[in-house]
Design a protein around this ligand. Structure first.
Ligand SMILES: [Zn+2]
Length: 235
């Protein structure tokens, strides 16, 4: 294996490693945002559950109030019953009392039903609030982990960049410009190994003449995809 092949292979590996480190640096904040969005979703859900619970309580309260009002009215009507001036008036008042009593019995059933719902919604509120706390803790844990990893990744990226600059200094001056343009366009994908005479980027077979050039340390570019090629067969 020629020195050029070695250095190009090494340069490609360095670019791939740097790309990996850079992707991890970019991924960190995205992971945090995803967790933050999850916390927001859980908060909204908890808010809805709390609002439902509140509404059930208000419905139960409104019916209790209605029940008390009706009971007071029944007491008033009962007093009136004693002072009814005629049989007809007596019967009217009596039927009003009966109607109010029926209404109250319906209200009592409804109040019981609402109070049961209020009780069971307490558990729902609790579990929704627990879900918010769990999501917040997880978000904090992930953020902390990413913050801890960041300095290490940054210094790794610096080291790799320095190693890349060093490896680049060994490139023949004639290909420097083309190499830089390729790196700008494709990053680590600027280079491709040739395995069994096939470009590993575009999977097209290179010509025998190119293979000869490659084996005699010439820097060549794939005629199909333009990548800078190096011999990878030896691995
Ligand atoms: Zn190719």
């Amino acid at each position: 294996m020629s020195a050029t092949t070695n250095s190009l292979s090494e340069l490609h590996q360095l670019h791939l490693q740097l790309q990996d480190v850079q992707e991890r640096l970019v991924r960190g904040p995205k992971q945090i945002s995803a967790r933050e969005r999850f916390v927001e979703t859980k908060k909204q859900e908890a808010e809805e559950v709390r609002a439902q619970h509140q509404k059930l309580k208000m419905d139960a309260d409104a019916r209790s109030l209605q029940l008390k009002t009706n009971e007071a009215r029944i007491e008033e009507l009962k007093l009136k019953l004693n002072t009814a001036a005629s049989n007809k008036e007596f019967n009217i008042i009596k039927s009003q009392i009966e109607a109010d009593e029926v209404a109250n019995s319906v209200l009592e059933d409804e109040i019981l039903e609402f109070l049961e719902k209020v009780d069971s919604s307490v558990a729902g509120v609790k579990s929704a609030e627990d879900a918010v706390s769990a999501a917040e803790q997880e978000c904090e844990r992930v953020a902390q982990q990413i913050a801890e990893q960041e300095p290490g990744l940054n210094s790794e990226a610096e080291k790799l960049s320095a190693a890349i600059r060093e490896a680049e200094s060994h490139l023949p001056a004639t290909v420097g410009e083309q190499y830089r343009r390729l790196v700008q366009a494709h990053g680590a994908g600027a280079m491709a190994g040739v395995i069994n005479s096939v470009c590993s980027n575009c999977h097209v077979t290179i010509t025998p003449q190119m293979l000869v050039q490659l084996n005699s340390s010439h820097v060549i570019f794939c005629k199909t995809c333009g990548r800078m090629l190096y011999q990878q067969d030896a691995e």
